[in-house]
Design a protein around this ligand. Sequence first.
Ligand SMILES: *[C@@H]1O[C@H](CO)[C@@H](O)[C@H](O)[C@H]1NC(C)=O
Ligand SMILES: *[C@@H]1O[C@H](CO)[C@@H](O)[C@H](O)[C@H]1NC(C)=O
Length: 232
Amino acid sequence: MKWSLTVALSLLSLYGSEAWATQRHLEEDHENEIPSRKFHHKKAGPPDHNKLVEMARYVMHNCDWASIATISTQPAISGFPFTNVKSIVDGSMANSTGMPYFYMSPLDFTARDLTKNTRATVLVSLEETRYCESQKWDPEDPRCTRLMLSGKMKKVKEGTPEYTFAKAALFERHPAMAHFPPDHNWFVAKMKIAQIAMVDWFGGAKYVSVKDYLAYNYTGEEVLHYYNRLHL
Ligand SMILES: *[C@@H]1O[C@H](CO)[C@@H](O)[C@H](O)[C@H]1NC(C)=O
Ligand SMILES: *[C@@H]1O[C@H](CO)[C@@H](O)[C@H](O)[C@H]1NC(C)=O
């Protein structure tokens, strides 16, 4: 037990330092050619932390995955909170809506739980953009803004304009979705947001009005510009 832990830890640190060295190497080599995430944030970082609604929309739109918590239906942990990872969008790269959209299969833990209880909480963190790391902030540092959105999950009805918009947006940001196994009955889901809790700078929890959050005029085009810089 002790031995395997030691091996695991040394493998981890070996891998960690190699990954770090490779990363450094890449950044030095291509500093002037390939826009790294660091470069991106020097150009267009998050908004002023005092602007809560703007910050909330920025974090949601700039994150491309979320942790999602549901009430488990797995027999051994029935009723326990259970978390999973989902790739998300809140609109197309240049058309943010604030509404988180998901591509789900009924075979997955999350969708199974949602058939019994549609309540969920979604977490996104600014650290997903590597901004916190670039500032040397720990992921739990309150300046490393995170949003916890709670609400009831709903299927988006196939054939509606919202379905077309959300599915295209999901496939734009997550091209791998086009190759997901076709027999898994994929559907598009969204959260009807009941509460937006936020850790944003010092001074305790913040709450953002759902109405102000959804109504905020923001396209989030910086994500498209970043993507284009990476792929041109
Ligand atoms: C952005 O998406 C909304 C749907 O959420 C749509 O009504 C609007 O026309 C879109 N805007 C652009 C510029 O594509
Ligand atoms: C949203 O902001 C843009 C400029 O950033 C402006 O042209 C547009 O009129 C605004 N829309 C609304 C509904 O306020």
